[in-house]
Write a protein that binds this ligand. Structure first.
Ligand code: FE2
Ligand code: FE2
Length: 214
């Protein structure tokens, strides 16, 4: 039964990921799921609620991108998750728990992750933006935007997000360095510290290579 439910759920979500930018395609959801199950086990989360929430957390991402940010994919994602789960006959009390995780996974506009499952989803989602995979994602996204590989002397005040200098290094300096301080679970914090140190070392190295020192 459970296997059948997850099979149907996966079938239903796939179309929402077609053509989504490389940072948020279905492979992001799969990575977040692997992490969330590992962290969730240590944090004592309900793994069924967590898995359903992870699979559905970014279903509205395409709508947000197409609306140029007018639609919030967390809020809209919660609505879509409810519709999809209703159609699959998923119990209402569980739907509410899943929706809470999705609505709060951006942690904006006072939408605070309160349940342990919501905290684990939040941490796992953020962790995918740092460490080796975070570096991979940042370079992939700058390629998607048509930006250069690296700017050694990056002036963060002279260009906007999504501009031509929106390279991986800019993303690292303006956003990725702050991620480790946002974790909500103990295990999330440990993993974030470790991933953070790796990233710092990587960008230090790339600066030395680009500057001709190595
Ligand atoms: Fe998201
Ligand atoms: Fe996500």
């Amino acid at each position: 039964m459970e296997e059948e439910f997850f099979g149907k759920l996966r079938e239903k979500i796939l179309p929402y990921f077609e053509g989504v930018n490389p940072c948020h395609d279905i492979s992001h959801t799969e990575r977040v799921l692997n992490l969330a199950l590992a962290i969730g086990e240590e944090e004592g989360a309900n793994l069924e609620i967590l898995e359903v929430a992870v699979l559905l957390h970014d279903v509205a991402r395409k709508e947000q991108d197409e609306s140029r940010g007018t639609v919030c994919h967390a809020g809209r994602g919660g609505e879509m998750a409810k519709e999809i789960l209703d159609e699959l006959g998923y119990p209402l009390d569980k739907i509410e728990k899943v929706v809470h995780c999705i609505e709060t996974h951006r942690f904006r506009k006072g939408n605070v992750p309160e349940s342990v499952e919501a905290k684990v989803l939040y941490d796992s989602d953020k962790l995918d933006s740092i460490g080796a995979i975070g570096i991979g994602r940042a370079f992939s996204f700058s390629g998607y935007l048509g930006s250069h590989v690296h700017f050694l002397d990056l002036d963060l005040t002279d260009d906007e997000e999504y501009g031509e200098k929106d390279c991986a290094y800019r993303e690292f300096l303006t956003k990725l360095l702050k991620v480790k301080d946002k974790m909500l679970t103990e295990r999330g914090r440990e993993l974030a510290e470790e991933r953070h140190d790796f990233m710092v070392e990587f960008f230090d190295r790339i600066n030395k290579e680009v500057g001709g020192e190595l």
